[in-house]
Design a protein around this ligand. Structure first.
Ligand code: LMR
Length: 328
């Protein structure tokens, strides 16, 4: 009798799909922005593809809005293996010892997405991602966000309007010198703290692509938004190397193909999301939108230009020059 039961159990187990037998591999994907941003949407799309293509053998748990970890903590968590996947802003890599990524923060370095893609989709971008491996990480892809606007409670039209303003920045020394180049006082704050800091006057203003400004409701506590497009903000998708290389080869292949398609998706929605966010800011009537004339924008560029020279040594002259060469 016992033998018969055992045989039945074994037969049943063999008949079950693999997904029903083994506990799924969990990928915790933590990020700091809202779901309806380019990064938020791409993370959710990756989850969908990854779960479909691995037939449930992988479960991707996406934690948006700094729910699980804030900026600085999330990098440590990834290295320690408490999360498996992140997509931090390229401005947040210096604490890992990778200052080279701050090249993306240099003001006015990219005129548009097509110039940016010459770097992120070319050999310079690949070379930068490779450096992550020395830190126990793998860079799977670049995901676009967009070009930054500058906001405050006073109109920012001329560069001199920035003087003395306390401006929230991400933790990048290049962004620090960019703000100082126009006489502002930079202050590093985690993304999750920005809205409150603006609301309570801890800082006077900030910079971010419209999708972040709008989804965090920063425009509700900033009277003016200048469409300066003075710099770029985007991401690299990172995984813990040990975790990634330890995955069964077929699973890793399915995840890589999901990442490839999620990246195409991310980069195809980024501009549209930012344009729609800007339209949302306008429609809300909460802040006045300032457009710069070409001459005014040229003055911002001229004032911020010294940021490049000042940070050549920090970023590495070779990388900066390679980016200049790639963008023409
Ligand atoms: C910020 O801190 O402003 C951004 O890096 C947030 C993000 O991930 O887009």
């Amino acid at each position: 009798m016992f033998k018969k039961i055992l045989a039945a159990v074994v037969t049943l187990a063999l008949a079950l799909p693999l997904s029903a037998q083994a506990a799924p591999i969990i990928i915790k994907f933590s990020h700091v922005v809202a779901n309806d941003t380019p990064k938020g949407q791409a993370a959710n799309y990756f989850k969908k593809l990854a779960e479909e293509r691995t037939k449930g053998r992988v479960k991707v748990e996406v934690y948006p809005n700094s729910q699980l970890f804030k900026d600085k903590e999330e990098m440590e968590a990834l290295q320690m293996g408490s999360v498996q996947m992140l997509a931090p802003s390229l401005a947040k890599f210096a604490p890992l010892g990778l200052k080279e990524f701050e090249v993306f923060d240099l003001p006015f370095i990219f005129d548009d997405y097509s110039e940016l893609h010459k770097v992120t989709q070319g050999p310079v971008g690949a070379k930068l991602l490779k450096k992550l491996e020395t830190k126990g990480l793998i860079g799977l892809a670049y995901w676009d966000n967009g070009f930054k606007v500058m906001s405050a409670n006073k109109p920012l039209k001329n560069v001199t309007d920035m003087r003395g303003l306390k401006m929230r920045i991400q933790s990048s020394k290049v962004l620090d010198s960019q703000m100082r180049s126009v006489g502002a006082i930079p202050q590093v704050l985690a993304f999750s703290e920005v809205y409150q800091a603006l609301q309570t006057g801890v800082v006077d203003g900030t910079e971010n692509p419209p999708s972040n400004l709008y989804t965090q409701k920063m425009h509700e506590v900033q009277k003016y938004v200048t469409m300066s497009n003075h710099g770029y903000l985007g991401y690299a998708v990172l995984v813990n190397k040990k975790f990634w290389m330890g995955l069964p080869a077929d699973i890793r292949a399915a995840l890589e193909s999901s990442m490839k398609d999620a990246t195409v998706f991310a980069n195809s929605v980024a501009k549209k999301d930012n344009d729609e966010a800007m339209a949302g800011v306008k429609k809300s009537g909460k802040s006045q939108i300032i457009t710069l004339t070409p001459a005014e924008r040229a003055a911002w560029k001229k004032a911020m230009d010294k940021t490049h020279k000042e940070n050549m040594g920090r970023i590495g002259a070779d990388i900066v020059k390679e980016v200049y060469a790639a963008t023409g």
